[in-house]
Design a protein around this ligand. Structure first.
Ligand code: GAR
Length: 199
């Protein structure tokens, strides 16, 4: 399945997908496009180093959601994209994109949904809140994207221990290494494989 990875930042999850693909673990997934919401995302460098086509679609100030969605859809269609993986994509996807790719958009979230999820829970903030609440276990979740933030059907989850003395940064890194980079490539391949089989 021709897959677009949508990014906004460092792109360590993108790297995990590229590495899993290189190891032969994603035979049904083609990384056909890396689409960034901002032109300075380091993830774009990772894509270029690996010969993956890139695009930048920035949401303009005062642009309404449908117009932004149309521009995203145009770019996705031009690249014949069938599956979308949100790998640290900062912008909320407009409803017209979500409905055009029903059960074809996956997101990685750095907690065990429903804990520390929903509107406003992004990146380090998730781990700050988990530490504040004193949970002993956190983790990561891969889910389908629907119209509710972090509300779509769960595909995979992996728990990670919270340790004494953790800072948000340390916890974030452990969850990435032990959970995100493991379950996200697998879940993408699982969906790609299922869809390929059903075609
Ligand atoms: C990851 O930890 C991802 O789970 C999180 O942003 C980070 C992106 O890092 N996503 C969310 O918080 C979505 N609500 P990366 O650019 O290095 O992959």
């Amino acid at each position: 399945m021709k897959t677009a990875v949508l990014v906004s930042g460092g792109g360590t999850n993108l790297q995990a997908i590229i590495d899993a693909k290189a190891r032969g673990e994603m035979p049904n997934t083609e990384i056909a496009l890396v689409l960034s919401s901002n032109k300075s995302a380091y993830a774009l460098e990772r894509a270029k180093t690996n010969g993956i086509p890139t695009a930048v679609v920035h949401r303009r100030r005062e642009e309404d959601a449908p117009s932004y969605g149309e521009r995203l859809l145009k770019c996705l269609k031009e690249n014949s994209i069938e599956l979308i993986a949100l790998a640290g994509f900062l912008t909320i996807l407009p409803p017209n994109v979500v409905s055009a790719y029903d059960h074809r958009i996956l997101n990685i979230h750095p907690s065990l949904i429903p804990a520390f999820s929903g509107k406003g829970y992004y990146g380090l903030r998730v781990h700050e809140e988990a530490l504040k609440r004193g949970v002993k276990i956190s983790g990561a979740t891969v889910h389908f994207v629907n119209e509710i933030p972090d509300g779509g059907e769960i595909i995979a989850q992996k728990a990670v221990e919270v340790l004494e003395g953790d800072t948000p940064e340390i916890l974030q890194r452990r969850i990435m290494e032990q959970a995100e980079w493991v379950i996200f490539p697998r879940a993408i391949e699982q969906v790609a494989e299922g869809s390929t089989r059903n075609q």
